[in-house]
Ligand binder design. Structure first.
Ligand code: GLU
Length: 474
């Protein structure tokens, strides 16, 4: 799990409102409806006691449902000592726009628990997570058709399994109980591909941006990920998997920054080897063959693509003038402040916005939710049938041509898709088509200043349409 110390400035929810208001100028939607869309519908702030050792620890926590235009609402739960109401509200709002952009039929939500997972024992973590779940149940803030949490910064499969188990204990007759949360371990109803989904989505998104020749020319780059230099900030679930897929796609990762330091190697870092080193030593620093680097200064190294994959406010008015990249790929939520963005846009830096780029997580969460509701693993019905059809096709072609197919040709055609294949291909299709939706909006209107604004425009239009369909605003 990543834990880059934040440099805060301004209010996060205010920043999201700024982005929203900028985009609202480009849509023809009534003031009332815009107001309904942009503010948070429900904010639940709680405090509950948990017995740790001989004493009680009082825990502050939140769940915010930003928009109910589609149900359930959806979004992760952040476990961090920096959690506050403003942050959870902003993250919930971003979830609404994210879901709309990738056509995932959910409203946006987010949770936060003010606790440090690194400093809390697994026993206390379990008590806190289960108690938080029962607080959500009490106020009807969780359920397969109500609000469905997921992992976020500081939480993962283990916490999601506790949530599912607590919910199922309260509702023993609920057939769809497992669909109350996503990001679960496979053994508790999770789906293959969810763990790496956000990072894989980041890879697909960056690859798509780098596939448009006319854009690459503008940035002074050749097309393709291969050979481009990358810097990754954050080596948690999102940063690690983004790095892994970018590296496998031929990208050269020259620096990786984490909460306790950064490493740099102009010839490239292998993320798998770095992870193995961290497993052994407890830190990414002192990685053989790489130089230790200041974790903030690492962002300022010259590169083609900078991938902030940690927390909000990382590129702000203090460091923006030192940023030397052509593209910023926002794997984290809100890593660039509006003030910094203004400077970057003037400098010609292309920002691939969070509400599109990190939507891979919620996309695969949607697949997991569907799997839980349908009670069947994707690929279970069709895999063998497709394999048999492939085998028949090969024998027919061999018979007709009198030639035999090679083993490689056979394995390509005979292979039926399993759950992971289907999840990857569903995610790839989602990220590619959503990229072109927002890019088309951007290039189609010269008044739209940047891709983030275009992404907000696309999202606002879709959300307004579903409100109109509901008949709330005829
Ligand atoms: N926490 C992730 C996000 O920020 C995933 C949310 C989900 O899967 O519901 O997008």
């Amino acid at each position: 799990m990543s834990d880059i110390t934040e440099k805060r400035e301004g209010e996060f929810f205010e920043d999201v409102l700024k982005y929203f208001n900028r985009a609202a100028k480009f849509v023809n939607i009534s003031e009332g409806l815009l107001e309904q869309i942009k503010y948070c519908n429900s904010v639940y702030r709680m405090r509950f006691p948990v017995k740790v050792g001989d004493d009680y620890q009082v825990v502050e926590a939140y769940r915010v449902e930003h928009s109910h235009h589609r149900l359930p609402t959806k979004g992760g739960i952040r476990f961090s000592t920096a959690v506050n109401q403003d942050e959870v509200m902003a993250l919930a709002a971003l979830m609404t726009y994210k879901c709309a952009i990738v056509d995932v039929p959910f409203g946006g939500a987010k949770g936060g628990i003010k606790v440090s997972p690194r400093k809390t024992s697994p026993e206390a973590m379990e008590k806190i997570t289960r108690r938080y779940t029962s607080e959500l149940i009490k106020k009807n803030f969780i359920g397969p058709g109500i609000d469905v949490p997921a992992p976020d910064y500081g939480s993962g499969e283990r916490e999601m399994a506790w949530i599912a188990d607590t919910y199922a204990t309260f509702y023993p007759n609920e057939l769809n109980a497992l669909a109350c949360v996503t990001g679960k371990p496979i053994s508790s109803g999770g789906i293959r591909g969810r763990r790496e989904a956000t990072g894989l989505g980041v890879y697909y998104g960056v690859r798509e941006a780098l596939s448009v020749e006319s854009d690459c020319q503008k940035w002074g780059l050749s097309t393709g990920i291969s050979g481009k230099t990358f810097i990754i900030q954050g080596f948690g679930n999102v940063g690690f998997h983004s790095a892994k897929f970018i590296h496998e796609g031929g990208g050269k990762i020259i620096a990786i920054a984490e909460w306790d330091g950064a490493v740099y190697n102009a010839n490239g870092i292998d993320p798998l080897a770095l992870e193995a080193h961290r497993q052994k030593t407890g830190s990414i620093t002192n990685f053989p063959g790489a130089e230790n680097f200041d974790k903030y200064k690492a962002l300022e190294i010259e590169c083609d693509v900078l991938v902030p994959a940690a927390l909000e406010n990382q590129i702000n008015k203090e460091n923006v003038h030192n940023i030397r990249c052509k593209i910023i790929a926002e794997a984290a939520n809100g890593p660039v402040t509006p003030e910094a963005e203004e400077v970057l846009i003037k400098k010609g830096v292309y920002i691939i916005p969070d509400i599109y780029l990190n939507a891979g997580g919620v996309t695969v969460s949607y697949f997991e939710w569907l799997k839980n509701l349908s009670h069947v693993r994707f690929g279970r019905l069709g895999k063998r049938y497709d394999e048999a059809a492939g085998k028949n096709m090969i024998s027919m072609v061999e018979e007709m041509t009198g030639k035999s197919a090679s083993d490689v040709q056979k394995s390509l055609i005979e292979r039926g898709a399993d759950e992971q294949d289907l999840v990857y291909s569903g995610l790839e299709e989602t990220m590619i088509s959503a990229y072109h939706d927002i890019r088309t909006e951007f290039v189609g209107n010269p008044e739209i200043p940047d891709l983030r604004t275009a992404a907000f425009v696309v999202a606002i239009k879709k959300i307004a349409t579903s409100y109109n369909t509901l008949g709330v605003f005829p």
